[in-house]
Design a protein around this ligand. Structure first.
Ligand code: CNA
Length: 252
């Protein structure tokens, strides 16, 4: 892991930025106790043992879910158990309070950016806040199914269909808002990519769309190398809370 960078330089870049786009992945939430997918202690390493699945991705596979929704709701229970925003989430929310954020695009489904106070959040892999019956398509809110989510049980519609939170599964379309931002990225003078392996497409291509359009400063913070490291001015292989904590302290 290499993490040599000049802290003052990074602080100055963030100080000067007026339109920051932040792109986040599961790595921003691991310090709150939610495992990521591919990190060392990620869901993929636990799944064979903890969840009864034929292969790890099945937990987010729409065809598999229709046959067996239980592993997804067991995982949801883990996501909903006592999680709190991390220093990283709070730092991003603070940058918005200072008027510096254009957009927070997140691949996460844990709602921790919003809980930390961020408002300009686009959840490109969907959300738990709304849900639909897979049979009659009746719309539900998170309040309607919260008890089932907390208990790790499958929520059923009055028509007996399975109620599925509006999370984007493999084999499903991303929300329209993602494609709008993808084709017309917000004005950006600093792009910060936090805690993602940049392996899940099409979301992982979003930072490249920003780079195509804007001549902006670029900072990527992730434990592990990503396929897009070469496109970034600063690649910092460090814990996100450690990184954000240092920068935040220097900026305040
Ligand atoms: P990923 O592929 O698991 O990558 C996460 C990356 O973050 C890894 O490369 C880790 O090394 C890195 N990382 C983990 N913790 C830290 C840390 N504290 N500091 C720095 N780096 C860290 O996950 P992606 O987000 O790239 O993949 C996209 C998937 C993951 C999306 O579809 C999400 O819905 C899905 N996911 C979301 C959550 C969540 O909402 N919290 C949890 C698990 C999976």
């Amino acid at each position: 892991m290499s993490s040599k960078y000049n802290l003052d330089e990074i602080v100055r870049i963030i100080e000067d930025a007026q339109n920051i786009t932040v792109f986040t992945g599961a790595g921003v939430s691991t310090n709150s106790g939610i495992p990521d997918f591919r990190g060392e202690k990620g869901l993929y390493s636990m799944i064979g043992q903890k969840y009864d699945l034929p292969y790890p991705e099945a937990v987010f596979d729409i065809q598999y879910f229709k046959q067996n929704p239980i592993p997804f709701f067991e995982l949801s229970k883990d996501i909903f158990s006592e999680v709190h925003p991390t220093i990283c989430h709070k730092f991003v929310a603070w940058l918005e309070e200072k008027g510096k954020i254009s957009l927070v695009m997140t691949q996460n489904i844990d709602m921790l950016h919003q809980l930390a106070g961020s408002k300009k959040v686009l959840e490109c892999h969907g959300t738990y806040t709304t849900a639909h019956c897979l049979s009659c398509e009746k719309a539900y809110t998170i309040e309607d199914i919260k008890d089932s989510l907390m208990a790790g049980q499958v929520p059923y519609c009055e028509c007996t269909g399975i109620i599925k939170p509006d999370i984007v599964f493999f084999g499903e379309q991303l929300p329209m808002e993602f494609y709008k931002a993808y084709h017309m990225p917000p004005k950006t003078d600093l792009l910060m990519v936090f805690g993602t392996s940049l392996l899940v497409q099409p979301a992982a291509n979003f930072p490249l769309k920003i780079l195509d359009r804007y001549d902006c400063k670029t900072i990527l913070v992730n434990f592990e190398p990503t396929p897009y490291d070469a496109g970034f001015e600063y690649v910092i292989n460090e814990d996100l809370d450690a990184f954000c904590g240092k920068i935040w302290e220097a900026l305040r």
